[in-house]
Design a protein around this ligand. Structure first.
Ligand code: URA
Length: 230
């Protein structure tokens, strides 16, 4: 049970004060009765706004096809962000919706977004070794040394104290490859190729664990059940 005003505010319907105005407008009902006491403790499932059940009262998990050009940071100073693709109400939720790990501004592909902080923690922890598949194009032909170097578990990137965990490289054409990582160091894919003398020109995340984008277009998202990732 939660206070009605807090529930509505946390789900992004209004501010806590604004809940009073919503209730005064007669659009909020609790078990079919127009709500007049915003401090009342209620079950989310009993509440309707404009006759509609509450919007994802138990949490949100979204699979987004991130386009290039958007950052994963909430800090507006860093430029347009992926959250701008979501409905206003979801952007006002508290706890807020955040990304599970980050993709660089110029990286496209599969990005999970959620308001479940425990899920973010679990899925980004290197302990859990969730495989992530990246497709990269590079500025020179990939020599045979890249694969064994990435797989060795000894590749130490500048500024890091621990080497990269073994990663699998699958070369698709002389300048294009898929790389599977089980961790997520800062700019890891770009830095791994750079360590071998190649600059990444385009980078796309195709898979996260068992999840793939399918035919989801860039900029679009779909909802996933909260228990999708176990
Ligand atoms: N590695 C990178 O270099 N960039 C990303 O966005 C993700 C992984």
């Amino acid at each position: 049970m939660r206070r009605l005003d807090q529930l509505l505010a946390n789900l992004g319907y209004c501010s806590r004060r604004g809940a009073r105005d919503l209730a005064a407008a007669g659009v909020v009902t609790v078990r079919g009765e127009v709500a007049d006491d915003c401090a009342a403790k209620v079950e989310a499932a009993d509440v309707r706004v404009d006759g509609e059940p509450l919007d994802h009262p138990d949490g949100l998990l979204l699979l987004l096809h991130k386009p290039t050009g958007l950052v994963c940071s909430h800090d507006e100073r860093e430029g347009p962000n992926v959250y701008s693709l979501l409905p206003e109400r979801w952007r006002r939720r508290n706890p807020g919706v955040t990304s599970v790990g980050r993709l660089d501004k110029e990286t496209s592909g599969l990005l999970l977004l959620t308001d479940q902080s425990a899920l973010v923690h679990r899925l980004t922890s290197p302990k859990h070794k969730v495989p992530k598949v990246y497709r990269a194009t590079v500025d020179r032909d990939l020599t045979p040394e890249f694969g064994p170097r990435f797989a060795s578990g000894t590749l130490l990137l500048e500024g890091e104290t621990a080497p990269c965990a073994p990663a699998e490289l699958s070369v698709l054409s002389p300048r294009e490859a898929e790389l599977t990582l089980t961790e997520g160091k800062y700019h890891q894919v770009r830095r791994m190729f750079a360590a071998g003398g190649a600059t990444v020109l385009t980078l796309h995340r195709a898979r996260f664990g068992h999840l793939a984008l399918g035919d989801l277009p860039a900029g679009a998202w779909r909802e996933l059940p909260l228990d999708t990732l176990g």
